[in-house]
Design a protein around this ligand. Structure first.
Ligand SMILES: [Zn+2]
Length: 113
């Protein structure tokens, strides 16, 4: 069963997390599920918060920043996010291009189906 990650990062953002379904703005292809911690716009996706699909979770689980690849939509091949390091927390992330993705709030129940 899926559970939200609870750690210093989520605590720093107020402790509340939501589950987001991320899809490509251009062609609608589903990209991933993402745990968003705290309020505010989604500008970047932290690699340790990408939940699904497994291939992407594995892809972003890298030791070196240089191994992190731009995130491409499988449907239309557009690059929708670029690797970055969030310096404050020394955390790998993918910076989303403005307007590149659709974000839909979803529930754990829906995710598990
Ligand atoms: Zn696309």
């Amino acid at each position: 069963m899926f559970k939200f990650k609870k750690d210093k990062y989520s605590n720093n953002r107020g402790g509340n997390s939501t589950l987001l379904k991320i899809s490509c703005q251009y062609c609608g292809t589903h990209i991933c599920f993402y745990q968003k911690d705290g309020p505010g716009e989604l500008r970047r996706m932290y690699c340790d918060r990408i939940i699904y699909p497994k291939e992407l979770v594995e892809d972003v689980k890298v030791a070196n920043f240089n191994e992190l690849k731009p995130l491409k939509c499988k449907g239309c091949n557009r690059i929708i996010a670029m690797p970055m390091i969030y310096e404050k927390e020394k955390r790998f992330a993918l910076r989303l291009f403005v307007g590149a993705v659709k974000k839909q709030k979803t529930t754990i129940k829906e995710f598990e189906n």
